[in-house]
Design a binder for this molecule. Structure first.
Ligand SMILES: N[C@@H](CCC(=O)N[C@@H](CS)C(=O)NCC(=O)O)C(=O)O
Length: 224
């Protein structure tokens, strides 16, 4: 379709998922094109300045515009698309939300180490860093069900893909990251049930993630 937005994606990418969740929350129909990040196509390298997904392609009269960086894509969707607002209207609250979105990205960075390292010490370090970050969030959360209460926001879109990893990780290792974190655990549960969150990955997500762990010979698969 001529005016359809296209999300250039990867099956497992948590940054792609936040854009897909924002699109679904806004009720925007979009196309998703998954690429192989191990063999990036030439057309992708030409339009992705950092060689990373997600990209959002936006048809324009003059040709196709391309946005990169998931937070930028989410902010653009918030500013241009109809549907539910995903940021608070108050400037201070909005800025605060952007801070927690960044915080979510820093957890994703720790999670990358946690899931890919083959080294027991690095694994322990990352586990500790992730646990400490979620403990900090526990003190920030209110009564839920979402980050800011009743309304789903972009902070939720950022954290849902981080929590999703643990659907598989919980079956592999007793990491204890959420032990005692009652509010974080309830938030995780509420996000897992949200239709936009569920729709952001394919039904083969866990199988693909397992293959990814095996390919990295992840310590996670050996940890006790
Ligand atoms: N800061 C970027 C991070 C995106 C990112 O790291 N994407 C990964 C996949 S999850 C990627 O494309 N990696 C390919 C590479 O670095 O070569 C964003 O928020 O969009």
């Amino acid at each position: 379709m001529a005016n359809t937005l296209t999300l250039i994606s990867h099956h497992l990418c948590p940054y792609v998922q936040r854009a897909a969740i924002a699109l679904a929350e806004k009720g925007v129909t979009f196309e998703r094109v998954n690429i192989d990040l191990a063999a990036k196509p030439d057309w992708f390298l030409k339009i992705s300045p950092l060689g990373k997904v997600p990209l959002l392609q936006i048809p324009q009269a003059s040709g196709e515009a391309v946005l990169f960086e998931s937070s930028v894509i989410c902010e653009y969707l918030e500013e241009t698309q109809a549907g539910a607002k995903l940021h608070p209207t108050d400037a201070l609250e909005r800025a605060r939300h952007r801070g927690w979105m960044e915080y979510g990205s820093s957890i994703l960075s720790d999670l990358w180490g946690f899931e890919t390292t083959g080294d027991a010490d690095v694994f322990a370090q990352k586990r500790q860093a992730i646990a400490a970050k979620f403990a900090t969030i526990e003190a920030v959360l209110g009564d839920g069900p979402y980050f800011a209460g009743a309304d789903f926001s972009l902070v939720d879109a950022v954290f849902a893909p981080a929590f999703r990893y643990f659907d598989l990780f919980d079956t592999l290792v007793d990491h204890g990251i959420f032990d005692g974190l009652v509010r974080v655990s309830a938030w995780r549960q509420a996000l897992a049930e949200r239709p936009s969150v569920r729709a952001a990955v394919g039904s083969d997500y866990n199988a693909r993630l397992m293959t990814f762990l095996r390919e990295h010979d992840a310590y996670l698969l050996r940890a006790q």
